[in-house]
Structure formats: C-alpha cells, structure tokens
Design a protein around this ligand. Sequence first.
Ligand SMILES: Nc1nc2c(ncn2[C@@H]2O[C@H](COP(=O)(O)OP(=O)(O)OP(=O)(O)O)[C@@H](O)[C@H]2O)c(=O)[nH]1
Length: 498
Amino acid sequence: MDYERPNVETIKCVVVGDNAVGKTRLICARACNATLTQYQLLATHVPTVWAIDQYRVCQEVLERSRDVVDDVSVSLRLWDTFGDHHKDRRFAYGRSDVVVLCFSIANPNSLQHVQTMWYPEIKHFCPRAPVILVGCQLDLRYADLEAVNRARRPLARPIRSQEILPPEKGREVAKELGIPYYETSVVAQCGIKEVFDNAIRSALISRRHLQFWKSHLRSVRRPLPQAPFLPPRPPPPVILVPDPPAQSEDHPARLLEEASCADVVLVVQERIRIYAHRIYLSTASSKFCDLFLMEDGDPPAQGRDPLLRASSFDACEGSGEAEGGGMRTSASDGTLGREGGTDLSSWSRAFESIRSGVLEDPPGYRTRRVAVVKMDSSVRPGPFRAVLKFLYTGRLDEREPDLMEVAHIAELLEVFDLRMMVANILNREAFMNQEITRAFHVRRSNRVKECLAKGTFSDVTFVLDDGNIKAHKPLLISGCDWMAAMFGGPFLESSTSE
Ligand SMILES: Nc1nc2c(ncn2[C@@H]2O[C@H](COP(=O)(O)OP(=O)(O)OP(=O)(O)O)[C@@H](O)[C@H]2O)c(=O)[nH]1
C-alpha cells in the first residue's frame, strides 16, 4: 500500500456537488481514463457513488492514482459522494485534504447551490481543507443543444441555450469564495488533469503549512490558472452555389433585347432606336471603340490603348474632325431625339452623327446620360440587329435572311470576322464559324481585361476599404444573376454609379 511508501504524499480528494453535474464521470476520467463519446455519456446516467474499493480491486485504478506533481510523488485517493442534498456525507469529508466542488455549466441551480449549500457544508465538516470550484460539462457551451437533447434519455429535462453559464459566472462565484476555478469536459477530455493536479497542489500547500519539516514540499506551486479552452472547430458552413445558368452565352443577347443599363442609343433609319452598351460594342468593334473614346474626349493619337485602337481610325487620325476635340458632342437639352450633334459622315461610312442625350430609365424612373448615334441611312434595322447580336455574342445565325446586308454593315463597321462568317455560310462552310466565334471571345476577354484595368467605359465604381474598382454594369448583369437583380431591377444601384 502507498501509505507505507516513504515520501509519497497520500491525498484524499472528495468530490461534491449537485446530482448529475458530472462528478462520477470526472472521477472516472481521472481514475480509469474512461473516455466516452457524448452520446454514450448522455445515454448512461445512473446516480452513483464511485466505490472506494476500486483502489483495492482494480490494478489500473491503483496505478493511475500515482502521480508526480511539482516533483512530489503523490497517491491521489478520489472520493465520490451523493449529490442528494439530504444525504449525510460526514464520512466522506472526514480527514479530506482537498474538496473538488462541482457544478454543471448547463445548470444554473447547481452553481447557486455552490454558495447556498455546498460551500457552507464543506466549511462545516472540513474547515481547513482547500476547495476547488469546477464547472463540469464545458463541451455543452459549444454543442448543438438540439442534437444533445434528442440524444438524452426521454425523461431528462431538456437543456436550454439560455441556461448555459458563461465562464464569468463561475469565476465570479470562485472569486467571492476565494478559491480557484476550472472548467472540465469529459467528452472533450479537457481540464481533467488540470483540476486534479491543482487540487493536489492546494492540498500539498496546505500540508506544507502544517508539516513544515517536509522539505520535498518546498517546490510545490500555487494552483495554476487554466489554459484557455479551444472550442472544437465548427462544421464548415454549407454554401449552396446555384448551378450556372444553362446557356450563359444567351445572356449578352438578352441584354441587347432588354436594354438594361444601356448607355448608347443607335438610331436606324431616323425612327428605330436600338439600346446598346458601350462596353459590348467597343470590345467587339474597333470602329465603335474609337467613336466612344473620341466622344469621351480621349485624344486620338496619344495615350490610347493599342489593343483598343482601330486601324480604321489610324487612316483618318490626321483629319481635323478627329483632332482638337472636333468629335465632342454638342450641348444637349436632355431630350432624346433632338437633332444635331457631331457629324461623323466624313469619318466613317457607318455613322451619320453622335450626340449626347438623356434616357429615362424605366426600372427606377431616373434619367441617365446616353450617347445617341445615328447610323448611316443605308443601314437597315433587321440586318443591323443581326450585326449587333454578333457584336454581343460572337455568333451569326445561318438562317439570317439578309446575309448580304449583314455583310454590307460588317464592311461599314469594319467587322471583318463577321464578313468572313457570312462568306463561310454562303460557301456552305458554316462549320468554320465556330473557330471565328472562339477567337472572337478570346479577343473580347482580352479587351475587357484592358478596359477593367484602365476603367475605360466603366459605369460603376465599387468602393472598397482598400480602394476603388471600376466595372461595367452590362458585363456584371450578363455574368451574374445577383448583379442582374441589383443593377437591372428597381434598386437604387441600377441608377447610381458608386
Ligand atoms: N456533455 C457532457 N455531459 C456530461 C459530462 N460529464 C457528465 N455528463 C453527463 O452528466 C450525467 C451525470 O454524470 P454523473 O457523473 O453520473 O453525475 P454525478 O454528478 O456523479 O451524479 P450523481 O451520482 O447523481 O450525484 C451523465 O450521464 C452525462 O449525461 C461532460 O463532460 N459532458
């Protein structure tokens, strides 16, 4: 027996607290290293007193009772008690070296009883024994209580989230009583060693005062603060990513039909207006790109992006109209359809004039500035729509009735890919157009990247903590359903630029 071994301090540690706060489980976790899953634990509460006989009959329990704390060899004798307030525990308290006083962090009453019932009882039966306060079942603070309640025995009172005590509550009571405070979880295997090591420390310090000749107790430290508990990692959030729209290529074409966020009005044959978007037109046609850059007052020869620059423009770059702000739009009274503007007929065969106008935006009934571009009188609406569709999607419908007219407009706008597509269809080699469409998209995405980098033709600015990002509503609308809802609907964002 340890009692006879020299220099081994036998510590009697009594564990008290309300019914079902977790005393027996805590003792078993220390004495037998008994680990159970939360659901095994929840399903198996039997009010018990852990038998003192365990030390005699179970070799493992005896082995685990031996410990070394601060270089002192100890034999820890754990005593379980009934939680029932009316039971007589004087036998258990007798000659105890330290008392571990437990409550459950999921049961506020059990903490209240610490002050009203347990501490006075301890002080009555063993006034000199140091006491340690322990908040059991720490894991419940972070558990899914619904799942825990479902797993508990049918008659057990459900645990409610508002009953879970924060660590401050336990600390407050411990401070009032002047005793150390720890929290434990048998499920999370947390705080068990700390509780008993520090209970041993308290007992040894108290013994050192009485048995001052025991020099090997000199190195014993005061109870140490508990290391913070690292709560289990929460399950990864469930992020539902909606399936991408079945035919994302249709989006730009739909944008052309719906005219959301249009910033260009193309006037065909004096009366037909087609709403369009600078970013789509100018990343597919260098003629349009030059037109809008000049409209923005960008000098034609310097400072322009070589990618975006059109060869067609180079040819007339020296003309007086293109330079010196000759392309600047006329003053507008804000009503769409007003005649006038800048004459373009000598610059391009595709356009007659450009001017600034104001468009009433149906979703928000707010007004918005647009460029009104009058197309050459030879441009007919049907084929022109087919051309625009190509400029938005890179595709040409083989069944297009007026292919020759399409080729004519493509010629005027210097969209050579489209002219080639028409030729392929007429030569019954339409299969080759897929390659042209692919090349179109590669070129477009490079030009979009350039525009994004420089903010060219941007109509919205995202203001972030670390800077601003200029972007294009039409591209966002056709690339993302949420952006389409935000910019294409009646929200304020559809008419604001920041
Ligand atoms: N989630 C969780 N539940 C625990 C823990 N420890 C104990 N329990 C639960 O608390 C119940 C009671 O545990 P016991 O150790 O038997 O309680 P006791 O304080 O000894 O109870 P009495 O013997 O009635 O005084 C167990 O059935 C478990 O459901 C813990 O660390 N976490």
